[in-house]
Design a protein around this ligand. Structure first.
Ligand SMILES: [Zn+2]
Ligand SMILES: [Zn+2]
Length: 281
């Protein structure tokens, strides 16, 4: 994996066919110095936006791309740093582009995302024969299939030449014992080459399962610089095997990151993930 900085206004959503990804932001939910942790995956003519937080349309704009240029979305979970930009995406696409963006989403999460989050800002803009808008008036859902062999709930979708495996994580509530009793949240494995945990508490079982089954080259892992709450603490992650940590880039981190660069290196991690950098595989 090699890094290639992407300048302001210079983002392209296609490439020569190699696998690449770029974080439009690497910050925590309420970061003021970075955008929110949202990930673009690009391969040939295919691209996927993993999450679209409140600040994602602005981050894309500064990178030179409109939210309306994004063809396909995948959403890991319903916190606003991951879904807050979806209203702009769906309304701009409907009223400016006259199209529905694609979204890879199981029916179960579609119902949650619409009923508990998106419906309020979108459904009541139009009424036709007494009916308000539905999720599928605004989005073109692409249905992933369950991967039966994994013990952890995992879904798979082939987006052009991209192989995507989406797996349940242990994010919220803070008292959950595992992914099974956690609310809907996902991470994603791309082409079996890099894994992005999405938001998760410290869950070494996930890393055991997915390194044994797929051995990804790089893991982009949720990280906060303190322990407790609903994210993975740096000191918890530090207890992982050295062989795992050296391929791990930490993301979703707080605004005091400069003072944490050395502690991150000292604990054996590859480093902090950077926003606006292509990671080429
Ligand atoms: Zn988050
Ligand atoms: Zn979250």
């Amino acid at each position: 994996m090699v890094q290639r900085p992407c300048g302001k206004g210079a983002l392209t959503l296609s490439n020569n066919g190699s696998l690449s990804c770029l974080f439009t932001g690497v910050g925590s939910a309420f970061s003021k110095r970075h955008y929110q942790t949202n990930l673009l995956i690009i391969k040939g003519d295919d691209h996927l936006m993993v999450d679209c937080g409140t600040r994602a349309p602005q981050a894309l704009h500064e990178l030179g791309v409109s939210i309306m240029d994004i063809k396909t979305f995948f959403i890991t979970h319903s916190h606003a740093d991951h879904i807050g930009g979806l209203e702009e995406a769906m309304l701009m696409d409907r009223y400016v582009m006259k199209k529905r963006p694609d979204i890879i989403i199981p029916q179960e999460y579609q119902n949650l995302l619409w009923d508990m989050s998106l419906k309020g800002g979108a459904a009541f803009n139009e009424r036709h024969q007494g009916k308000y808008l539905s999720f599928e008036d605004l989005w073109q859902p692409l249905r992933p299939k369950r991967v039966k062999k994994n013990r952890r709930e995992t879904w798979q979708y082939a987006l052009g030449n991209l192989d995507l495996k989406m797996f349940r994580t242990m994010h919220i509530p803070d008292s959950a014992q595992g992914w099974e009793d956690s609310f809907w949240s996902f991470g994603i494995l791309t082409d079996e080459r890099f894994l992005f945990t999405g938001d998760t508490r410290f869950d070494p079982v996930l890393l055991d399962e997915f390194t044994a089954a797929y051995d990804p080259e790089i893991i982009f892992h949720d990280c906060q610089f303190f322990t407790g709450g609903v994210h993975s603490g740096l000191d918890e992650l530090a207890t992982l095997p050295a062989a795992l940590k050296k391929n791990m880039l930490l993301v979703h981190y707080g605004d005091n990151w400069e003072s944490m660069k050395k502690p991150v290196k000292d604990r054996g991690f590859k480093g902090l993930a950077k926003q606006w950098v292509y990671y080429d595989f």
